[in-house]
Design a protein around this ligand. Structure first.
Ligand code: FMN
Length: 171
């Protein structure tokens, strides 16, 4: 797919078939994340690949009980890694930059998944108090979001978008 096909074709898929997502596809998505910009090139994020069904159910429950999520065979769970950021920058900008790194990583992953022919949906921070414990991670992490990933039979719905004239400002 060319760049604009990916940008314009991507949509949030919320139903998935039982077809597995191969490890090679996940590796490509992780490679896309690796190429993303990050503050000081520190890549201040952690990305957890969750295939375990029990953990997916717990994460779906913690995400405001969005039960449909668990039918996606893979979740990528994103955290900003504050310890990694502090190795160079200390506490300056700790409240914004690691979260920006992790958010950019999620956006790259979402576009890469679509480019690989996979469906995907961004899940917000409902699981902010539970995700780290559910994933069994230690460290100074800030939960950023979950991408559900799988094969989908959905097609892109027509959605109204606010046009640039409604939100862009020229000075
Ligand atoms: C920060 C953020 C949080 C979101 N959280 C959820 C969510 O919890 N559940 C869900 O079904 N979709 C969620 N979405 C997906 C949006 O609903 C979706 O991107 C939006 O409606 C536009 O549709 P599109 O992605 O198909 O273009 C989220 C998207 C973003 C960027």
């Amino acid at each position: 797919m060319d760049f604009w096909e990916v940008i314009e074709g991507r949509f949030s898929a919320r139903s998935y078939t039982s077809r597995e997502v191969p490890d090679e596809a996940i590796d490509k998505i992780l490679a896309a994340i690796e190429s993303a910009p990050s503050a000081g090139n520190l890549q201040s994020y952690k990305v957890v690949v969750v295939r375990d069904e029990g953990l997916r159910r717990k994460l779906a429950d913690a995400s405001s009980h969005q039960g449909w999520m668990a039918r996606a065979p893979v979740f990528l769970v994103f955290f900003a890694d504050l310890d990694q950021f502090m190795t160079r920058y200390g506490e300056a900008h700790i409240d914004t930059m690691p979260l920006q790194d992790a958010t950019i990583a999620m956006a790259y992953a979402q576009l890469a998944a679509f480019n690989l022919g996979l469906g995907c949906c961004w899940i917000g921070t409902f699981a902010r108090y539970d995700a780290q414990r559910i994933c069994g991670l230690k460290g100074n992490l800030q939960f950023t979001g979950i991408l559900t990933i799988g094969h989908t039979t959905e097609s892109k719905p027509r959605r109204r978008r606010r046009k640039p004239r409604e939100w862009s400002i020229s000075l």
